[in-house]
Write a protein that binds this ligand. Structure first.
Ligand code: KG4
Ligand code: ZN
Length: 339
């Protein structure tokens, strides 16, 4: 079946069309159009919701048209629509949900509502080789750091999440302290390549706590203290060392908690997803540590272009959790969550 996915929860306006035959087969991406208002937000060092929503309005129709054109398909050929209903910024979400509802109403296409965070997980289900269940899922994005147990499609149990800053948020806020451009995750990854990860012994918040919660705001404060002591500045000589040490602190906490959850629930796979999972060091260290401590558990991570927000994952999520509802029941919910 042909599924058209729409994703507008934050600063990306994304539309994708996928062709899905069976849950066991590879999912074909016919188009994957992502337009980002990120350059505007780089100037302000973060996303201003009002600005993001206005950009969504500007981009949604051109992006939709482009996705249909690239997939060489008309709306009449689409079997189902899938739309992100939350969590996210209300203004941005509304642009997507109203567009999807209008399409569903006019063309009489079934519509499936998707939780953005669950959508991220499905970037791992596109290839021929599907992750075996049970699985531990680690969602590491700009707004969330969540650990979940996934027993099957639609069977998700929340194990823990961040108590303050998310992993991506920590990268972005620390980047801001260092004078790096937004979003800072990829910039810190680049700088870390030329730095010493042992140069600073930054805290590994909550690494030994028995729960599956995270906290990254203390790490940010520790970096601020070093900056105040004059150790580094924007282009200072030790910035690379700070970046490598910060990245290592984040990786250590993420790996320790995730492997502990994997061991406790005796899972067959660990699924990484969300923007931060594009980080090569994080991917490699997860593979290395899993091989060492849990040799029977396989690590899955989406292709890098599918780690950050896109509509392919939203369409794939709808395929695996196919539950169409009347368009009148589609409602944007900025606070949608697992708990
Ligand atoms: O999943 P995503 O695109 O959006 C949300 O749903 O939040 O994640 C964006 C986040 C940003 O905080 C960004 O800094 C981070 O992902 N990020 C990275 C990398 N690429 C993106 N963090 C670390 N290393 C990267 N390579
Ligand atoms: Zn996201």
């Amino acid at each position: 079946m042909y599924i058209l996915g729409i994703e507008t929860s934050c600063d990306e306006t994304a539309v994708s069309i996928i062709e899905a035959i069976s849950k066991k087969k590879r999912i074909k991406i016919l188009s994957n159009v992502v337009s980002s208002s990120l350059p505007l937000h780089s100037k302000t060092g973060g996303i201003i919701p009002e600005v993001a929503a206005r950009q969504q309005i500007k981009y949604i129709i051109p992006v939709l048209k482009k996705a249909l054109k690239e997939a060489k398909i008309k709306t009449s050929g689409i079997d189902a629509l899938s739309i992100t209903v939350g969590p996210g910024l209300i203004g941005s979400l509304l642009v997507g949900t109203e567009t999807a509802k209008t399409l569903s109403f006019i063309q009489k296409i079934p519509i499936v509502s998707v939780n953005h965070l669950v959508g991220h997980i499905y970037a791992n289900f596109l290839e021929e080789k599907k992750p075996p269940f049970p699985a531990i899922v680690l969602i590491i994005s700009g707004g969330h750091t969540d650990l979940l147990l996934m027993k099957n499609h639609g069977k998700l149990t929340f194990l823990g999440g961040t108590r303050d800053d998310a992993a991506g948020e920590a990268f972005d806020k620390i980047g801001r302290l260092l004078g790096l451009s937004y979003p800072a995750g990829p910039v810190i990854e680049e700088k870390a390549k030329n730095g010493n990860s042992k140069a600073f012994n930054f805290p590994r918040p909550m690494i030994d706590s028995r729960d599956f919660d995270f906290s990254f705001s203390g790490l940010k404060t520790a970096v601020l203290r070093e900056i105040e002591r004059g150790v580094t500045r924007a282009a200072g000589p030790r910035t690379n060392d700070v970046c490598a040490s910060v990245q290592q602190a984040i990786v250590d906490v993420l790996i320790s908690k995730t492997l502990r959850a994997a061991k406790k629930y005796k899972v067959k796979s660990i699924l990484l997803c969300g923007g931060v999972s594009a980080n090569q060091t994080i991917r490699e260290e997860f593979k290395l540590k899993a091989k060492q401590f849990l040799p029977n558990t396989k690590i899955f991570a989406p292709e890098k272009f599918l780690c950050t927000d896109n509509a392919v994952m939203i369409a794939a999520c709808a395929f695996y959790n196919y539950n169409p509802v009347p368009w009148q029941e589609i409602n944007a919910n900025p606070d949608l969550y697992f708990k």
